[in-house]
Design a protein around this ligand. Sequence first.
Ligand SMILES: [Zn+2]
Length: 87
Amino acid sequence: MSHIPYFGQETHAELDLWNQIIYALNGSCDSLEHQLSQHDAEHLQDHQPFLEYLDNEIFLCDGCGWWCETSEMSDSGQCYDCDPEEE
Ligand SMILES: [Zn+2]
């Protein structure tokens, strides 16, 4: 994955951490809370720039409860596997 650090104030190490958390979540059904505690990063729970960054990369499908890449989001906001409109 390659990311452009567009939030400016974040250090490179912090962005690495964000990416690690997103990478760990992507394709899993783990909770964000659990991954934050795994990475000793509970401070990110309410950190808006992180949440926006995460939103930009992955989303939690409310159909199957798995994290998917945003590029796999259908018009209904679910992953293609869950969206009845998609074949
Ligand atoms: Zn789904």
